[in-house]
Ligand binder design. Structure first.
Ligand code: Z5A
Length: 210
């Protein structure tokens, strides 16, 4: 039996962590086994890669292609040691970001050729695809402000990018969601936490629990 694979996407501070915790609690209260993980990270090696990628002191030390390869390396490790085994055990996997992040941040934000991103994506994930992707769409400035509030003003290496970079990311997500309406549920990240939580639960129920 295979479990379900749910991913959360959206730009900085859009509320993924908040909603993932609530969704996991809802599943757990029904007696379901849930694995929560994140990208980059989620494994011993992945967390080391995450530290490298986010360290603001490496601002000018990581080329765009190196960055792309590091995100893919973290993902390959996460799939092999966490996501695929959990799905094979019939569990629910909820992942904070997955390959859609690479398309929008590296493909559009960094303007790396999409064929390159696509090829590496195929090598990294094979045929694995999320069953459902929740996109929390949020005004870029609000998201950055939320991140600043949370981290007492300090931004990591990627959070330090320009407003134009994050606008490209936001628009890119909306484009992908438009192309794959069966996989994506787009929710306004400015709604209050409880309303978003309810909308996610309704989506999950109609997709998996009916
Ligand atoms: N990245 C990439 O470039 N390529 C890739 O392939 C992958 C990732 C996989 C990971 O950062 C970075 O890696 C990310 C993309 C890049 N960089 N950026 N920018 P991360 O994991 O450290 O951070 P993040 O994924 O961007 O998320 P976040 O900043 O941790 O935010 P969040 O999890 O989406 O939101 P939150 O922590 O739940 O909420 C943020 C704050 O807003 C917090 O104070 C909440 O209480 C508040 N909040 C949450 N919901 C609401 C609502 N509805 N109303 C008001 N306030 C709210």
């Amino acid at each position: 039996m295979s479990g379900y694979f749910i991913t959360f996407e959206g730009s900085e501070g859009c509320g993924k962590t908040t909603q993932i915790e609530a969704l996991a609690k809802a599943f757990s209260s029904m007696g379901k086994t849930v694995v929560i993980t994140r990208e980059p990270g989620g494994t011993l090696i992945g967390e080391k890669i995450r530290n490298l990628l986010q360290d603001p002191s490496y601002k000018n030390e990581i080329s765009d292609i190196t960055e792309l390869l590091l995100f893919c390396a973290s993902r390959a490790e996460l799939i092999a040691s966490c996501i695929q085994p959990a799905l094979d055990r019939g569990e629910i996997v909820i992942c904070d970001r997955f390959y859609d992040s690479t398309y929008v941040y590296q493909g559009l934000g960094r303007a790396i050729d999409m064929d390159t991103v696509e090829k590496l994506n195929q090598i990294t994930v094979g045929t694995l695809k999320p069953d459902l992707t929740i996109l929390l769409d949020l005004d870029t400035k609000i998201g950055i402000q939320r991140a600043k509030n949370r981290q007492s003003g300090e931004l990591d290496r990627i959070e330090n990018e320009s407003l134009a970079f994050f606008e490209a990311v936001r628009n890119g997500y909306l484009e992908i969601a438009k192309k794959e309406p069966a996989r994506f549920k787009v929710i306004d990240g400015e709604l209050n936490v409880a309303t978003i939580q309810e909308m996610i639960w309704e989506t999950v129920k109609s997709k998996f629990l009916n």
